[in-house]
Design a protein around this ligand. Structure first.
Ligand SMILES: [Zn+2]
Length: 267
C-alpha cells in the first residue's frame, strides 16, 4: 500500500472526502488525473448516499475505464466479503435494470397524495403497510425508523418531515405504530450488555456518558405503543417549525392483518 492509498483509507467512511478526492482525480486537480480512481471513489461515495458523487459518476464514460482494476480499495473492503444474500440482491439489481423492470415504478419526487407517513422499520411492514393502505410508488413519503416514533424534535426523522412539508408539498402526516413492535419494552441495559458482548469496551461507554450522552434514555424503547405514538403526534404538531395548517394523526397497524386503528388522544 502506498502513501496515497494510505491517505485514501482514512476517507473510506467519509462520503464528502471520497467525493472531494474522487473529483480531484477526475479533473486532475492537484492529483494526477486518474479515471479509474475517480470512478472508484465516486462510486463508494454515491453508494453511501452522496448525491453529487452520484451525479458526477454519470458524467464518466465507463468505456474509458481501463480493465487493469486500478481502483482504490478501502482497507476494510477485504474484511467484508459479500454474503450470499447480498450477492443475490446485487445480481437481482443488474437483472432488474437490464430488463427495464423499473419502468412501472417511474414517478416524480413529489408525493401524489401530499401525505407523509412516519412508521417503523419492522420487516413485516415492508410490503404490508403500502398494500394495506392502497399505496403505489409515488403516492406518499415514508420515513421509517425503529418504532416509528420521534423522540427528539431535531432528529433526522423530524428533519425528513420538515423537508417533506416545505420542499415536497406534504400537507398531512400519519404516525403509524404497529402491534408487537420490537421497540416496545426495549431495555437500554440489555442493549448495553449486548454491545459489551460484541466487544465494545466499558471505557468507550463510560466516556460517552461522561460527555453528557444519555445512553440509557437514547437506547430505551417505549412502554405503550399508543402512548408513544400520541407523544410523537404532539411533538410534531407543536414543533416550533411546523406550519399550523398541517394535519397530524396517530394510528396503530395490526402487523398481521394490516388493520389500521386511529389513536384518539390517549393522554
Ligand atoms: Zn416496530
Amino acid at each position: 500500500m502506498n502513501c496515497e492509498q494510505d491517505n485514501i483509507n482514512t476517507y473510506c467512511d467519509d462520503a464528502e472526502a471520497m467525493f472531494s478526492v474522487g473529483r480531484r482525480f477526475l479533473y486532475g486537480n492537484g492529483l494526477e488525473k486518474d479515471l479509474n480512481k475517480a470512478y472508484s471513489l465516486l462510486s463508494k461515495a454515491a453508494a453511501i448516499g452522496h448525491t453529487q458523487a452520484g451525479q458526477l459518476l454519470k458524467t464518466i464514460d465507463v468505456g474509458n475505464l481501463t480493465a487493469d482494476n486500478d481502483t482504490v480499495t478501502c482497507s476494510n473492503d477485504e474484511d467484508q466479503a459479500l454474503s450470499p444474500d447480498l450477492q443475490a440482491i446485487l445480481n437481482h439489481n443488474k437483472q432488474f435494470v437490464a430488463t427495464e423492470a423499473y419502468r412501472k415504478y417511474v414517478t416524480s419526487k413529489y408525493p401524489d397524495k401530499k401525505i407523509a407517513i412516519v412508521t417503523c422499520m419492522d420487516t413485516r411492514l415492508i410490503k404490508l403497510l403500502p398494500a394495506a393502505l392502497g399505496l403505489k410508488n409515488g403516492d406518499v413519503k415514508i420515513i421509517r425508523n425503529a418504532g416509528g416514533t420521534i423522540t427528539n424534535p431535531f432528529d433526522s426523522a423530524m428533519r425528513s418531515l420538515l423537508i417533506a412539508i416545505y420542499e415536497l408539498g406534504v400537507k398531512e402526516v400519519m404516525i403509524i405504530g404497529h402491534t408487537g413492535c420490537g421497540v416496545q419494552g426495549m431495555d437500554s441495559q440489555e442493549m448495553l450488555r449486548l454491545m459489551k458482548e460484541r466487544g465494545i469496551d466499558d471505557e468507550h461507554i463510560s466516556l460517552m456518558k461522561h460527555c453528557g450522552i444519555d445512553l440509557d434514555s437514547w437506547l430505551h424503547g417505549f412502554d405503550e405503543t399508543d402512548i408513544a405514538i400520541q407523544e410523537t403526534v404532539d411533538l410534531v404538531k407543536h414543533h416550533p417549525l411546523m406550519p399550523k395548517d398541517i394535519i397530524v394523526r396517530g394510528y396503530i397497524m395490526d402487523s398481521t392483518t394490516g388493520e389500521l386503528t386511529v389513536i384518539n388522544d390517549v393522554k
